[in-house]
Unconditional design. Structure first.
Length: 177
């Protein structure tokens, strides 16, 4: 036989089950002036007003049982715990396949842009003050536009129409200390 709890659970009115007699009682307590209140026995079947629950019909009780927790967002589901096993068993939908292809294309584009940056660094490796005429012609040969076509009188490309000779002249004028 287990020992009774030291501080038995109390109702809202302060009623607890007496561990020795198994009767419902309000246990003795101490007043602010130091005197002790006697333990009060509660008649069987009596429920004080504080312990009376609010009446809920069957439909209301069912709604309360099915209610979402406080702060829950409708339609939100927590992410699955095992993503690897779930994705292996399910085939991708059309939209998921499209999105995957788009991501791959985007990554490929990023890689090609990085390659172009590296090529630009190799071309302009000479210092600005010591630009030789050969390096200026190399810069003219390497197109700077992302479309790959340079601006020529026969094939005008107004996006790349910035005069490269004026750019080199401006670069030569800059004096980096």
């Amino acid at each position: 036989m287990s020992l009774p709890p030291i501080d038995p659970a109390k109702t809202a009115a302060g009623i607890a089950l007496d561990p020795q007699t198994l009767e419902r009682v309000i246990p003795e307590s101490r007043r602010p002036d130091g005197t002790v209140r006697k333990q009060i026995k509660i008649r069987p079947g009596f429920t004080p007003q504080e312990d009376v629950r609010r009446f809920r019909g069957t439909k209301q009780a069912q709604q309360d049982a099915n209610a979402l927790p406080k702060g829950h967002i409708i339609g939100w589901a927590p992410p699955p715990t095992s993503q690897a096993s779930g994705s292996a068993t399910k085939p991708l939908s059309k939209s998921a396949k499209k999105n995957a292809k788009r991501r791959e294309k985007k990554e490929d584009k990023k890689e090609t842009v990085a390659d172009n940056w590296e090529e630009d660094d190799e071309v302009s490796s000479t210092p600005a003050g010591t630009a030789s005429p050969d390096s200026a012609t190399e810069q003219k040969k390497a197109p700077r536009s992302s479309s790959g076509s340079a601006h020529t009188p026969e094939n005008p490309n107004w996006a790349a129409a910035v005069s490269e000779t004026s750019l080199t002249a401006k670069l030569e004028q800059l004096d980096v200390k």
